[in-house]
Design a binder for this molecule. Structure first.
Ligand SMILES: [Zn+2]
Length: 170
């Protein structure tokens, strides 16, 4: 069941090729049941299915309503081995290609791919090594090699899309 697990970094955050710290890490090297794992101060925690162990607490009550906080526990993993984690960096400005009618203007965004190998010994992170770090420049080269038409950043329609992308990030 499922396809992947998620990994969230509260420490030891892997960086993209441009030095950002991307979010949204996934791995296929654990149980692939849509669980979330955590790296906190160099230690590995998990496996928690999203519906397990959640506790709701009321932290504030006033005339207009209530404030609830949702907490859950995650257990220390005594895991030894290596896993690949990967994501797209959404902090890098996307590179746009033309000719794929994904949206009305026919431009398709491409975000740099980031892949790391994490090695754990008894649940302690002992190594974090980049396996693939795409940059906007390397993406441009690869896309061109695959026969796609890479649009220049100063193209008028691209400029518009970049502006929308910036606004969407806020
Ligand atoms: Zn980036």
């Amino acid at each position: 069941m499922g396809m992947y697990d998620s990994v969230k970094f509260f420490s030891d955050k892997p960086k993209c090729g441009a030095g950002h710290e991307p979010e949204g890490w996934q791995t296929k090297d654990l149980k692939n049941d849509m669980a979330t794992y955590y790296v906190v101060d160099g230690r590995f925690y998990g496996h928690l299915r999203s519906e397990d162990d959640w506790q709701e607490k009321i932290v504030e009550v006033d005339q207009s309503g209530i404030v609830l906080s949702l907490t859950h526990r995650s257990k220390a993993e005594v895991f030894t081995g290596s896993i690949l984690v990967y994501t797209h960096c959404k902090k890098c400005q996307p590179v746009f290609t033309d000719g794929q009618a994904v949206w009305n203007d026919g431009l398709a965004p491409h975000e740099p791919w980031v892949e790391y190998e994490l090695t754990f010994a008894d649940g302690v992170l002992v190594k974090s090594e980049p396996v693939k770090l795409e940059t906007r420049e390397s993406m441009r080269e690869d896309l061109t090699k695959h026969g796609l038409r890479v649009m220049p950043d100063d193209d008028r329609v691209v400029q518009k899309r970049i502006q929308q992308w910036r606004e969407g990030k806020r």
